[in-house]
Structure formats: structure tokens, C-alpha cells
Design a protein around this ligand. Structure first.
Ligand code: 5AD
Ligand code: SF4
Length: 467
């Protein structure tokens, strides 16, 4: 090995990819690679791609054009750069990627990241490899955990993948094909990972999965549900906050709803995509729930935890969507009163049932509906933020804010909150009185004395925040 080599990973798409990129970084750290913020002087460049919406593959090919120039410049200096394409575009396109972009050395599907060191070694010897099989072994058994230093550097809030893949087969979605069938990690491994994170100073953990509330992993005494797992993870010393994402309405079972009542560290915020407010479209989407089912789940959660805040994903312009269907979507936004939401124009994904339909909606109609929906969501979000003004909210401080002397943290509802606070409070939960609401964030002042913060602070905090 010739000294330290540099690795640059560009991550697209969802939180699962962010987490996978970190685990790839940790794996390559063992091989002597250090993470580089810029691609310019990297010896290994990984594009961790997303295939869920429009033109994802095209974006990857245009990025590969830029990478080719870097690779050519390095070659002129006698330096070899290895280029890998990972993630869902890699899974979907396979060797087509190397055909279209011959500078790519490695094409690697999401289930095979533990093989990256071996594939890089092969590529360094001049070989090209496509590895998109679904292996029987569990990649997590082979991906090492981050060092304490790497964990600290990533901040006080961390993601932990508990589940991957999806068996729901919504007709618009490519995930069941790119990420494969649903698998859950064993509970003991998740708990061990959370313990390691907490010991390194992480205060908030978000359990993630494509369909996280379908979690059914092996526990010490039979299969554990997500509710059971949350109860166990909540016991990990040092953790102040727990979240999970992304959930399917059908899998919000009674125990999970009750967990929102019973677990103080489980934050009162839930991302629960509904996609459409029209029963007809929900049926075409194969969502297997109605508008009423969804509203019932929301009502039960609000009973369990009255201050629960909801966010959602919406798709406009699904095949066959009429103005009346779209009106039902606008109506559900008003009915739920979301704290925020993502909205997308329907984009046909090759190989999915919805893409085959002949009742596709005109792009101009999609554009116009998207604008109306986003305006409705923005009104919801502004109203939600405005209602926070004057309240005192617990804030987990994460990093320096926009102005000198300011820190930014998150409210229980996941809103960014800016407040004047000493840097020593990074990693601490403090009560903040909200004085003003902006479009996307809140502004406030430390409330002194902090009413709840003292009780929730672990004694080890000084040690955690000192670096
Ligand atoms: N077109 C548009 N949006 C999509 N999503 C998933 N597939 C598509 C598609 N084909 C959206 C859904 C999902 C989010 C992650 O991406 O709203 O919840
Ligand atoms: Fe895709 Fe539906 Fe599975 Fe979500 S639940 S990942 S939208 S198939």
C-alpha cells in the first residue's frame, strides 16, 4: 500500500443511502482510505445512486462525465483513480453502466457493499466488476462499525438501518425491485450498534428502513416488532431521543401507536406517507389502505400523543388521476394539518406496473397540480411553525448556527431551531422559548432555568460534548 489513499463518496437519495455511504467509508477506512470532501484528489470515487424518481440514471451519467475528466487528469499524473457506481441505479442498470461509461470500474448493488474492498483490489489490478446479485449472507455482518472518532465527527444524531427492502409493491415504486424483498436485522445487532453510538456521544438515533414499521427481526425470545425494538433501544443509556422512518400506514399496529404514549424519548413526529387522498388512486397504487384507514391511524396516534406532528410524501399526476382525485389529495392536506411534506410529480419507473398504463397524465397538468399542492403544504407548514411561537420546546443542539454565538438544533417535531447558546451545549437537550418562525426554521432563546433538561441529561454529558 502506498501511504494513505483518499475516498470520496457522493450520496444521492434517501437516508438509507447516507447510512450505507457511511458504512462503506468505515469499511474502506480499514483498508487505509481516509474520507475526502472533494472528488479532485480522491483515489477511489463512489457514486451512491438513487433510482426512485425522474432522470436519476441520466444524472448519474452526467456526473460520470465530470468524474471522467478527473480520472483522465489523474492518469496524466500517473495516478489511478478507481470509480464505483453503487446504489439503486447500479442495481437497476448493471453492466449497462460500464457499456455507457467505460471509465467505471465497479458496479455494485446495495446488498454487496461488504465486498467493496475486494472489488477495489481487483479494479486496482485493472479488472472491471459488476456485482448486483442478492447474496445470501447479511452485508451488515461484514461491514465494520465506525470508529469512535468517526462517529463523533458525524454529529449527535445518527441513523441506524434496521430493515431493508420492501414487499409492498406499490405500483409506482421501484424499491421492491432495486432493494429486493424485505429483510430485518436481528434485534441484538441493532441494540449493540445503538449502544456503540451512544457511548461515542450520539444523543439521537433514527431507526431507518424502506418500510421500517414492517420490522420483524429475530429477538432473543422470538420475533420482535418495531414497537418491541423501540422499547429496548429506549433503554440504552445516554440516548435522549428516538425516531423511526419511513413507515407504511398499514403497519402502524396498536403496539407501535402505544409506544408513542409510553416512551418519553420517542419523539412526537412521524413521517407517514399517504401518496394520494383519493381512494380510487390509492387502489390503483396498490397501497392497500383507504383515505379513512389513514385518517383513523392519524387519529389514534393523536389520542396516544396529542402533540404528534405528521409529515408525508405525495405523488401528483399518477396514471388516471383526475381533477376530482387531486382535489381529494388537497383536502387530506387540510384535514391532517401537516408539519411539512414532500411532493413529487409521478415519474414512470421502467419495469413497474404504473409505467405500463396508457392513461398517463400530461406533464403540464402534473406541473400545475404540483404547484397547487406545494402551496397547500407550505400553508400547513407555516401554520404549524407559527403555532410554535411562544411555546417552550426541548431542543437537541447539533452544531454551530448561522450567526456567531448561535447554535442550531432540532425541536421534538424536527424543525431546525436557531438560538444564542454556548458551543458546550452541542449534544445537550435544552428548553428554548420560541420567539419567531421563519419559512423553514424557528428562532428562540434559551429558557432559564431549563425546566425538563436537567432531568434528562445523562451524567456523562460533559465527557460527550467536550471535543
Ligand atoms: N414517481 C414519483 N414519486 C415517487 N416516489 C416513489 N416512486 C415514485 C415515482 N415513480 C416517491 C413516493 C415515496 C417517495 C420516497 O418517493 O412519494 O414515498
Ligand atoms: Fe415503495 Fe410502496 Fe415499498 Fe414505500 S411501501 S418502498 S412506496 S413499494
Amino acid at each position: 500500500m502506498s501511504g494513505t489513499r483518499k475516498l470520496h463518496i457522493k450520496s444521492y437519495g434517501c437516508q438509507m443511502n447516507v447510512y450505507d455511504s457511511q458504512r462503506m467509508t468505515d469499511t474502506m477506512a480499514r483498508e487505509g482510505f481516509v474520507a475526502a470532501a472533494e472528488a479532485e484528489d480522491a483515489d477511489l470515487i463512489v457514486l451512491n445512486t438513487c433510482h426512485i424518481r425522474e432522470k436519476a440514471a441520466e444524472k448519474v451519467y452526467s456526473e460520470l462525465g465530470r468524474v471522467r475528466r478527473l480520472k483522465d487528469a489523474a492518469a496524466r499524473d500517473g495516478r489511478k483513480v478507481v470509480v464505483a457506481v453503487a446504489g439503486c441505479v447500479a442495481q437497476a442498470e448493471g453492466e449497462e453502466i460500464i457499456r455507457r461509461a467505460p471509465i467505471v470500474d465497479i458496479v455494485l448493488g446495495p446488498q454487496n457493499y461488504h465486498r467493496l474492498p475486494a472489488l477495489v483490489a481487483r479494479a486496482e489490478r485493472g479488472g472491471k466488476v459488476v456485482d448486483t446479485e442478492f447474496p445470501v449472507e447479511d452485508k451488515f455482518d461484514h461491514l465494520p462499525a465506525a470508529s469512535r472518532e468517526a462517529t463523533r465527527a458525524r454529529g449527535v444524531s445518527a441513523f441506524v438501518t434496521v430493515q431493508e427492502g420492501c414487499d409492498k409493491f406499490c405500483t409506482f415504486c421501484v424499491v421492491p425491485y432495486t432493494r429486493g424483498a424485505e429483510i430485518s436485522r436481528p434485534a441484538a445487532k441493532i441494540v449493540a450498534e445503538v449502544e456503540q453510538l451512544a457511548a461515542a456521544g450520539v444523543r439521537e438515533v433514527t431507526l431507518i428502513g424502506q418500510n421500517v414499521n414492517a420490522y420483524h427481526g429475530a429477538g432473543p425470545d422470538g420475533t420482535w416488532s418495531l414497537a418491541r425494538l423501540l422499547h429496548r433501544v429506549a433503554e440504552v443509556p445516554g440516548l435522549a431521543r428516538l425516531r423511526y422512518a419511513t413507515s407504511h400506514p398499514r403497519d402502524m399496529d396498536a403496539d407501535l401507536i402505544a409506544a408513542h404514549r409510553d416512551l418519553a424519548s420517542l419523539m412526537p413526529q412521524l413521517h407517514l406517507p399517504v401518496q394520494s387522498g383519493s381512494d380510487r388512486i390509492l387502489a390503483v397504487m396498490n397501497r392497500r389502505h383507504t383515505r379513512a384507514d389513514y385518517l383513523y391511524v392519524i387519529a389514534r396516534l393523536r389520542e396516544a400523543r396529542p402533540d404528534m406532528a405528521f409529515t408525508s410524501d405525495f405523488i401528483v399526476g399518477s396514471p388516471g388521476e383526475t381533477e376530482a382525485d387531486f382535489a381529494a389529495t388537497l383536502a387530506i392536506v387540510g384535514e391532517v394539518g401537516y408539519a411539512g411534506a414532500f411532493s413529487f410529480k409521478y415519474s414512470p419507473r421502467p419495469g413497474t406496473p404504473a409505467a405500463e398504463r396508457d392513461d398517463q397524465v400530461d406533464d403540464a397538468v402534473k406541473v400545475e397540480r404540483l404547484a397547487r399542492l406545494q402551496a397547500a403544504i407550505d400553508r400547513n407548514q407555516a401554520a404549524f411553525n407559527a403555532r410554535c411561537v411562544g411555546r417552550t420546546l426541548d431542543v437537541l443542539f447539533e452544531k454551530p448556527g448561522r450567526l456567531p454565538g448561535q447554535l442550531v438544533g432540532r425541536s421534538p417535531y424536527l424543525q431546525p431551531v436557531q438560538a444564542m447558546a454556548p458551543a458546550a451545549l452541542i449534544g445537550a437537550v435544552r428548553a428554548v422559548t420560541i420567539t419567531r418562525a421563519g419559512a423553514n426554521s424557528l428562532f428562540g432563546e434559551l429558557a432559564t432555568p431549563a425546566p425538563h433538561a436537567a432531568a434528562r441529561e445523562p451524567t456523562a454529558l460533559a465527557e460527550i460534548v467536550e471535543t
